[in-house]
Design a protein around this ligand. Structure first.
Ligand code: SAH
Length: 483
């Protein structure tokens, strides 16, 4: 971390702003929000500054900067856009131990200004340490778009009830849960919608009511975490993960995704690998019911989508039968995530008018599948859990009339850094899986769109390219490291 982020209280503090043009005016607007006692020093100043001087809210010295101007100052901004002047201000400040910011001159600055999202009292500062200011600004715009405009009002509203809540709900853990419920609940929604009087009434009701009893039933969110890349989580999944008391997760959940779960949530691993059923489905169902019955917020985190070959349906039924409230949060299923990551347009107009997701692992399932229906050249097939049955799958499809020339692609560890895309033909599918040492989760895509499949990972692409071009291994390492 090159710059340490702090939020400075400038209320009533003497701040010197050297410069009277556009750069200085921009800083002045911010400094006024922080209620600093600003003095502008410049031989001339623009109208916006002069108007504020006239209103008596900003001090003004109509002359050049002198070192003594810094006496008693907390901060100084050099915003003249003239290099010699900014340098002189910076030197004087450093001699006197006054922290200085020279606009757009990091070498002359002790501190830099972040891009700011202001929903006071909520304030967000974003900095790239000066290395990529446009990226920081870009991020600011994104965050601006995410935050409701009345967020500041919500924070002030909550603040005004802090004492009352503390007085009524004495346990720290209970208070945290109370506030979590509040910020996600209908009262907060009314504040954001501008109905504050109504919200106040309801808030009093909420505090005085035995809210804990109301929530004692617990809650389970069955959350789809997508195929692996945390970027593919939904906002809703994130919210539930950050409020969880307990998270019950599968083998397909990566550490990167677990990082987004609230730190002090208990973690229960119930992974099921092929041939390695560490917990039966019944045991998992029991765990969910038990944890929720303690009054906890449980997140059942599943790879992909919970309702696509995820047994989310069974878990939902058991919880509902036990009278526990359940929310289902959809996730990007492996077929959709992998297709995007390997550039396979599943229903490209010229190639396919249907896409079918098939469970491959279950031997009976394979026997039962409507193979003549699947062997249709205008349809894309995506087999989940199909790698160990690849031979069988290709044989059945060809027997039912699908050409052995039909393109196929295996996508292993789709959307993850170690993604592999293995293209081939239907007739060679069994051999392809046998020769490829597949160890991660993998999908088989069959149909003419599979010909689009390609490795999108630049590193892998570069490694292969350089290998094909007989680069030495050190040349290869250097080139890959530079990507
Ligand atoms: N509910 C999950 C599927 C669970 S079944 C979903 O919607 O994606 C497990 C199978 O999903 C694996 O055997 C594999 O076929 C597929 N799968 C899950 N994640 C994958 C990934 N990142 N890359 C490729 N296949 C994946």
């Amino acid at each position: 971390m090159d710059h340490f982020p702090i939020f400075l209280s400038l209320k009533g503090q003497r701040v010197i702003l050297v410069g009277g043009g556009e750069l200085a005016t921009r800083k002045l607007r911010l400094l006024r929000k922080a209620e600093a006692a600003v003095t502008v020093i410049a031989p001339s100043a623009c109208t916006e500054i002069l108007e504020l001087v006239e209103q008596g809210v900003v001090g003004y010295q109509e002359r050049k900067f002198k070192d003594e101007d810094l006496n008693g100052a907390s901060l100084v901004f050099a915003a003249t856009d003239i290099e010699e002047v900014d340098t002189a201000v910076s030197q004087a400040a450093r001699q006197r131990g006054v922290k200085v910011n020279a606009v757009d001159r990091p070498e002359l600055s002790d501190f830099i200004m972040p891009a700011i999202v202001d929903r006071s009292p909520i304030v967000i500062g974003i900095s790239s340490g000066g290395s990529a200011p446009i990226l920081a600004r870009n991020l600011r715009e994104k965050i601006e778009g995410l935050l409701p405009p009345a967020l500041g009002r919500l924070a002030s509203f909550a603040d005004s009830f802090r004492g009352a809540v503390k007085g009524t709900i004495t346990s720290g853990g209970d208070r945290r849960r109370f506030w979590e419920n509040f910020f996600d609940g209908p009262v907060a929604e009314s504040v954001l919608a501008g109905r504050e009087v109504f919200a106040r009434e309801r808030m009093l009701g909420l505090i005085n009511l035995n809210w804990k009893e109301k929530n004692a039933a617990g809650h389970v969110a069955i959350v789809g975490a997508g195929p692996g890349d945390p970027d593919l989580l939904t906002f809703r999944a994130m919210r539930f993960m950050q409020q969880a008391d307990v998270v019950v997760y599968d083998r397909l959940i990566s550490d990167e995704i677990l990082d987004y779960v609230r730190r002090d949530a208990d973690r229960i691993y119930v992974g099921k690998g092929p041939g390695n059923h560490s917990k039966t489905q019944d045991e998992i169902n029991d765990i969910l019911v038990q944890e929720a019955s303690k009054g906890l917020r449980v997140v059942r985190l599943k790879g992909g989508d919970p309702f696509v070959f995820g047994r989310g349906g069974e878990e939902m039924e058991v919880l509902q039968a036990a009278g526990i409230e359940v929310d289902i949060v959809p996730g990007i299923t492996a077929a959709i995530g992998c297709a995007a990551a390997a550039a396979v347009p599943l229903t490209h107009r010229d190639h396919a008018s249907m896409v079918t997701f098939v469970a491959g692992q279950n031997g009976d399932g394979i026997a039962e599948a409507d193979w003549s229906g699947l062997a249709n050249s205008r349809q894309t097939l995506v087999f989940y859990m199909g790698v160990s049955k690849a031979n069988n799958i290709s044989a059945k499809l060809m027997l039912n009339g699908l050409s052995g020339e039909t393109p196929v692609a295996i996508i292993e560890n789709g959307t993850r850094p170690d993604q592999r895309v293995l293209p081939g033909k239907l007739s060679g599918l069994g051999e392809l899986t046998e020769n490829s040492a597949i160890t991660g989760p993998a999908l088989i895509v069959i149909g003419s769109v599979a010909a689009f499949a390609r490795q999108q990972d630049l590193r892998q692409f570069a490694t292969e390219y350089l290998e094909n071009n007989k680069a030495s291994s050190s040349e290869r390492e250097v080139a890959v490291a530079r990507l």
